[in-house]
Design a protein around this ligand. Sequence first.
Ligand SMILES: NC(=O)c1ccc[n+]([C@@H]2O[C@H](COP(=O)([O-])OP(=O)(O)OC[C@H]3O[C@@H](n4cnc5c(N)ncnc54)[C@H](OP(=O)(O)O)[C@@H]3O)[C@@H](O)[C@H]2O)c1
Length: 271
Amino acid sequence: MIQDAAFSRLGFGVTGPHAGLGLSRSRTEALIREAVGQGVTLFDTGPAYGNGEAEKRLGQALKTLPRDRVFITTKAGIHAGRKRDFSPGAVEMSFKASIERMGCGHIDLLLLHGPSPEELDPRLIRRLTAFRERGLLRHIGVCGRGAELDTAIDLGVFDAIMAPVNDGLDDASRARLARARQAGLSVIGIEVMAGASSTANLPLSRGDLWYAARRLKQALTGTPPAESALNALDALKWAFDSGLADALVCLTTRSRNLAANARIAGLAEHT
Ligand SMILES: NC(=O)c1ccc[n+]([C@@H]2O[C@H](COP(=O)([O-])OP(=O)(O)OC[C@H]3O[C@@H](n4cnc5c(N)ncnc54)[C@H](OP(=O)(O)O)[C@@H]3O)[C@@H](O)[C@H]2O)c1
């Protein structure tokens, strides 16, 4: 279980539109600083997002803050160009490069990015736990949605899992999250607003165009997002009230949505 004052119950995802053309660097960095001002101090990113661009933006935005004010989660295993490699050497090279890009000294939580159960290999686990003992990685975990999370829970070495938390979850997924928490792992929820209904945003921003392109890609590849009857804020409330997760990471490109999400999370404003 993660015990860290900076592990806020609402996190900010520095991914998607924050990793490239969806938003300018300066806008992403300004939103990250606004998030800190709203009491959001958990940030999630990864080297695969924009080939390191998202991590660079996060590092730049946080560089003037005391390191212990924020909790940084990044990933390894899916690398630049979506190349997949969970070998111990590749994972070590990846997180060291992430630390370098963000200039953050250490990673608060390193998540293996969607490994198969077989990729949770004892050699990899030994390498990660050795770096955790040295403090370069404060915590280790697995990001996924199926059997790989069962394996991660059973191994008894991980501190956290990251997984979808929304009202479309089936009973088996809910039971898995409950089992993880009973086993002492922290659960970080994602896809909280997946399929949540939203009103059209006008005028369209660069971020909206990025989302529209993603929807088109999902339609073309036959992987449409889940549908939910809840709107985004009700979906967030539902996820907090569900008690399935210790923290929820949301993605937003809008100050007003960030502020609304922080209010729902009950975070105190830090001025
Ligand atoms: N999905 C994955 O496969 C995955 C995998 C690994 C990690 N993650 C982590 O999870 C984070 C969240 O991503 P997600 O895919 O799970 O998306 P999400 O947070 O469930 O939903 C993001 C969408 O919700 C909208 N939104 C946010 N707050 C809103 C509000 N108050 N009112 C109305 N709309 C609102 C955003 O639009 P606006 O920009 O207009 O606010 C955006 O379109 C990622 O950034 C990443 O850190 C996700």
